[in-house]
Design a protein around this ligand. Structure first.
Ligand code: CP
Ligand code: NVA
Length: 329
């Protein structure tokens, strides 16, 4: 059956079938080729979108803005609006729905993005909540398709890090949907919820995805891609000390990449990353805890294995695909 995503929200990959996710990925590859050739699209001509941010962003905001403008849409960025202070989610959603064709939201609660979708009457796209980061996973899978030279259902993704954060959850969901084997390597205190693991294991039985959750670093064996994320996510800034104590043995370094046994293993990270001291927080952490880097060493980050900047670029093509598919002319 032909895939048609017009009018749909993009709140979590749970809501999408494997065919629908492949449709978005194929569209992203196509839009990337066109961008390389300098071909501008008109799929969003006459549309206006709004980007509502409670949390900070570089990639997600830029990908929505450039993606929308490449296809002819107008863009409004809102970060200091009445939202949440003087105006409820419901009232804001109704107002934005009267003016815009699509709404992007980045913030804390998944419930907020769901309520925006419920009350606005226009497609709403999740640009990250505490629970999920679905547009990121599209870019990650696109990068795996480009640099891991085997079909997704024969590939193994290993996530080493805070496995109960938005990235750990979303990568497990994406893997289960697409039949890619998924292992989370993390201390027990940071394992994903049993409910989500069970739900995804059940789904994986249909798609061929095997899910393993372990605190053993040998879980990386046979990985085609090693993925990590920050140890402390946005909104948890008071937890550095606790997380460093929990995560210090789970840093992605060259020894860990060697442990995969795969000389061609690729390294992925959603970014931003604490791989050196060239940020105010990175320097502060060095002064307090003596760490030159946190979740990944500078050596791995800059190595031939690292595809992090290809992955960052793919945010543009995949987010553009989501907008074109859901509100395109
Ligand atoms: N990966 C990601 O979402 O980056 P930003 O926080 O810069 O948007
Ligand atoms: N887990 C990170 C992802 C950032 C893109 C955070 O929520 O801060």
């Amino acid at each position: 059956m032909a895939v048609n995503l017009r009018g749909r929200n993009f709140l979590t990959l749970k809501d999408f079938t494997p065919d629908e996710i492949h449709y978005l990925l194929n569209l992203a590859h196509d839009l990337k080729r066109k961008k390389r050739l300098g071909i501008k699209g008109k799929s969003l001509e006459g549309k206006n979108i709004v980007l509502l941010f409670e949390k900070t962003s570089t990639r997600t905001r830029c990908a929505f803005e450039v993606g929308a403008m490449d296809e002819g849409a107008g863009v409004t960025f809102l970060s200091n609006s009445q939202f949440g202070k003087k105006e409820s989610v419901e009232d804001t959603a109704i107002v934005l729905g009267r003016m815009f064709d699509g709404i992007e939201f980045r913030g804390f609660k998944q419930e907020t993005v769901e309520d925006l979708a419920k009350y606005s009457g226009v497609p709403v796209w999740n640009g990250l909540t505490d629970l999920y980061h679905p547009t990121q996973v599209l870019a990650d899978v696109m990068t795996i398709q480009e640099y891991v030279h085997k079909p997704l259902n024969q590939a193994k993704l290993v996530y080493v890090g805070d496995a109960r954060n938005n990235m750990g959850n979303s990568l497990m969901i994406g893997s289960a949907k697409l039949g890619m084997d998924f292992t989370a390597v993390a201390p027990k205190a940071l394992w994903p919820s049993e409910d989500l693991v069970n739900e995804m294991r059940e789904l994986g039985q249909n798609t061929g995805c095997h899910i393993e959750i372990t605190d053993d670093l040998d879980g990386v064996k046979g990985a085609d891609a090693i993925y990590t994320d920050v140890w402390v996510s946005m909104g948890e800034e008071d937890k550095f000390e606790e997380r460093i104590a929990l995560m210090k043995d789970y840093q992605v370094n060259m020894d860990l990449l060697k442990r995969t046994g795969n000389p061609d293993v690729i390294f992925l990270h959603c970014l931003p990353s604490f791989h050196d001291r060239n940020t105010s927080i990175g320097e502060d952490i060095y002064q307090k805890f003596g760490l030159e880097a946190m979740e990944v060493t500078d050596e791995v980050f800059r190595s031939k294995h690292s595809r992090v900047f290809d992955e960052a670029e793919n945010r543009l093509h995949t987010i553009k695909a989501v907008m074109v598919a859901t509100i395109g002319n």
